[in-house]
Design a protein around this ligand. Structure first.
Ligand SMILES: [Zn+2]
Length: 454
């Protein structure tokens, strides 16, 4: 009995010592993440067995079941599914053929844009007008556009060091190009893929139709295809394109977010959410976007449980459904949180790929931001140094209205748009070491944030 109490006291003492030294906790978190392959294996399963898991697909349902089990295996105290309304859209057959009296015929690599309406089986054939932005389109006017296929060919600006800024500068052609062209009577749009790479992978992504416009078919063409179409048009402005894309929208349905949590030891009614999105485009394995973010969130739970880290607040890993088409997973999660009167202290999203971690972005100001930036000193041994203002993610953004501090995981992003929304986003593009470093960084930050009262 005496021996038992002595050992209990010793254990408590040593626990207290470790608890007072975040540097030691961080070392143990990194040691665990860098020597365990669970997250990498989970990602391999998602990529190879649930490829193309767009919301509403059988692959998405399989991914829900798998990540639910992965959270149970990780040791989460509670794991459950949360109902999410979703749109249902399915790709059909696709073909895009240039027909020129000068150059002959050539097929381009294309992919329908998500939520796009389709053509008939026969497709549409028309002359093509190349533009680079909406001003140029409007200047051409209805006379020149009506009855034609509009080809948007503004590249991402490769001079921008921040690849997300390059993407942001090009992506409105994809999201709004069909609506703008339809207003002038165009019959379809072909959009240059939003990527810094020059290759033959077409990159999909959602397109939105304004409510009062006639929806017209919209596809993305690979950057090599875009360059070729542009050069053929220069040689032969009378060139026509025959476009087939028989994708379809179906009635709305339901799917699920997957949630696992560790109950808080001191403030169980305050929540920290860490998430990625479980859906991925139908043409992709969804390794970097965003299976990697999902397995990193699960890994945080596994590491906390394995090391006996007991967060003060309730910490959740959330696999959000349907980020890609209309973000309903994030909205459903925030709606339910509000209904239950939950207090959301912080939320972190990993949805920028799973390359080497550079740091975190915080949607905070003043003293709060200074306190968060001071946490960077703990990460110096791991060469993770960027603790900047500005960050979050589309799935966690609905929690902002409830006061949740928004945090974005910031890996190196120079390669991200080579993979993003394309068949090039495969498991093989993920490096285990980089994935593990990201998991360790996220778990460490959440551990440190939970110690604070910001
Ligand atoms: Zn994503």
């Amino acid at each position: 009995m005496r021996n038992l109490s002595v050992s209990v006291v010793l254990v408590l003492l040593s626990f207290k010592l470790i608890a007072q030294d975040p540097a030691k906790i961080l070392t143990s978190i990194f040691d665990e993440a860098l020597t365990d392959r669970t997250a990498y294996k989970n990602l391999e399963y998602l990529c190879k067995n649930t490829k193309g898991r767009i919301a509403g697909s059988p692959e998405a349902e399989k991914a829900i079941e798998f990540t639910k089990q992965a959270l149970i295996n990780a040791g989460a105290d509670t794991v459950w599914l949360q109902k999410v309304p979703i749109p249902v859209w399915k790709r059909g057959s696709e073909k895009c053929r240039m027909i020129s009296s000068k150059n002959g015929k050539h097929d381009l690599s294309i992919t329908a844009l998500g939520l796009s309406v389709g053509t008939s089986e026969k497709g549409v054939t028309s002359k093509v007008i190349e533009v680079h932005d909406f001003d140029e389109l409007k200047a051409l006017g209805k006379n020149r556009i009506e009855g034609k296929i509009v080809f948007y060919n503004r590249p991402s600006d490769n001079k921008l060091i921040n690849s997300f800024a390059g993407y942001a500068g090009a992506v409105n052609q994809r999201t709004a190009g069909a609506s703008e062209a339809s207003k002038l009577g165009a019959i379809a749009v072909i959009v240059r893929s939003a990527t810094q790479s020059l290759d033959d992978f077409p990159h999909t992504g959602v397109t939105h139709y304004e409510t009062d416009v006639n929806p017209i078919p919209a596809v993305a063409v690979s950057t090599i295809g875009a360059e070729m179409l542009s050069s053929w048009l220069k040689a032969d402005s009378l060139l026509s394109v025959s476009l087939v894309s028989t994708c379809k929208n179906f009635p709305d349905s339901f799917s699920y977010n997957v949630i696992g949590e560790i109950r808080g030891s001191l403030k169980p009614n305050e929540y920290i959410t860490v998430g990625g999105h479980i859906d991925a485009w139908d043409i992709a394995e969804g390794a970097h976007d965003d299976g990697g973010g999902c397995v990193q969130a699960i890994e945080m739970i596994r590491i906390f449980k394995k090391l006996g880290i007991k967060p003060k607040r309730t910490v959740r890993a959330v696999m959000f459904m349907n980020e890609e088409m209309s973000g309903t997973g994030g909205k459903a999660y925030a709606t339910e949180a509000k209904r239950k009167g939950e207090i959301h202290y912080a939320a972190l999203e990993s949805d920028r790929g799973v390359t080497s971690p550079r740091g975190f972005g915080f949607d905070a100001d003043g003293q709060k931001l200074e306190k968060l930036q001071a946490l960077a000193s703990w990460f110096v041994p791991y060469n993770i140094r960027d603790f900047d203002k500005g960050g979050g993610g589309s799935d966690i953004s609905p929690l902002k209205a409830m006061g949740a501090m928004q945090i974005g995981f910031m890996p190196d992003t120079q390669r991200y748009f080579s993979y993003h929304h394309s068949a090039n986003d495969t498991f093989e593009k993920v490096n285990i070491r980089e994935l593990q470093m990201g998991s360790a960084a996220i778990a460490s930050l959440i551990y440190l944030i939970d110690l604070q009262d910001l």
